[in-house]
Design a binder for this molecule. Structure first.
Ligand SMILES: NC(=O)c1ccc[n+]([C@@H]2O[C@H](COP(=O)([O-])OP(=O)(O)OC[C@H]3O[C@@H](n4cnc5c(N)ncnc54)[C@H](OP(=O)(O)O)[C@@H]3O)[C@@H](O)[C@H]2O)c1
Length: 237
């Protein structure tokens, strides 16, 4: 395969929502722990999230976006370092002004992950200069719109990523699903519903819908009971 094996790993409610109060309830904290345990046990080479999830999960101190007066920045992929574990951010417009080269997190399975930004060529020069200054890697996945298949190929070719955990949110999951880029789905299901209309579903394409091709079908690989009434469901394409 010319791209990583991609596993969409998420916590969901019974009705397939990935946001809501249920995620913070102490009754389900054991299931959230199960989610992180399974994340570690997959032994992947990195995880990937959409811009909104990255912003929410790993907030950065505000950065002064200074005017760039250096030479024009070439739209060339930039490998700042080869790492054992990567944090891949889908950030087409260059909104994540990272303060450093790696994720800082209390969970040791995310802490230290080297950041790779997946960009379009439309990002400003100042943003590219900032990433280089901070030691953040980046690759271009398209001119103005992202070609996720191309981005996935580059993640393997440039960084050697063989197995990648796709960890939300709903928009980025929906885009990967629609482009046929999900090989396996891993769901930690919490035994409660989240009927709010504002709650984000597991898969959502919205404005990124590029075709009406039906999403791939999956077959159940395993269903395991977890504590607190939860389930771990795995599916393969
Ligand atoms: N339950 C769980 O396991 C779990 C896991 C992860 C996240 N979450 C939750 O999910 C929520 C966020 O989900 P979300 O669906 O709103 O956002 P998201 O998927 O995290 O990020 C969406 C953004 O990523 C960029 N993007 C994604 N796909 C793209 C594509 N094909 N082409 C171009 N850009 C693309 C766009 O950035 P721009 O807007 O900058 O263009 C888009 O607005 C958060 O509340 C988070 O807590 C839950």
């Amino acid at each position: 395969m010319d791209r990583p094996y991609i596993i969409c790993h998420m916590v969901t409610s019974l009705d397939g929502k990935v946001t809501g109060d249920f995620l913070g309830k102490s009754a389900y904290s054991g299931l959230i722990e199960d989610y992180y345990r399974i994340h570690r046990e997959y032994g992947a080479d990195g995880f990937l999230c959409g811009r909104v999830t990255m912003e929410g999960s790993f907030p950065q101190p505000p950065i002064q976006q200074t005017v760039y007066d250096g030479p024009p920045m070439a739209r060339e992929d930039y490998i700042a370092e080869k790492a054992v574990f990567y944090a891949v951010a889908i950030d087409p417009r260059g909104k994540l002004w990272w303060g450093g080269r790696a994720i800082a997190d209390t969970d040791e399975s995310y802490d230290g992950a080297h950041i790779i930004e997946v960009l379009t060529q439309s990002v400003p020069d100042a943003f590219l200069a900032h990433l280089r200054d901070k030691g953040v890697s980046y690759l271009f996945g398209g001119k103005t719109e992202l070609d996720l298949a191309l981005a996935a190929q580059k993640l393997k070719r440039l960084f050697g990523i063989e197995t990648l955990l796709l960890e939300g949110g709903g928009i980025v999951n929906g885009s990967f699903l629609q482009d046929g880029l999900i090989d396996e789905i891993s769901l930690v299901v919490v035994p409660t519903a989240e009927p709010s209309e504002k709650a984000v579903p597991l898969f959502q394409t919205g404005k990124y819908q590029t075709s009406d091709t039906p999403a791939a079908s999956f077959r159940l690989k395993e269903a395991k009971k977890l504590g607190d009434g939860g389930l771990w469901l795995t599916y393969q394409k």
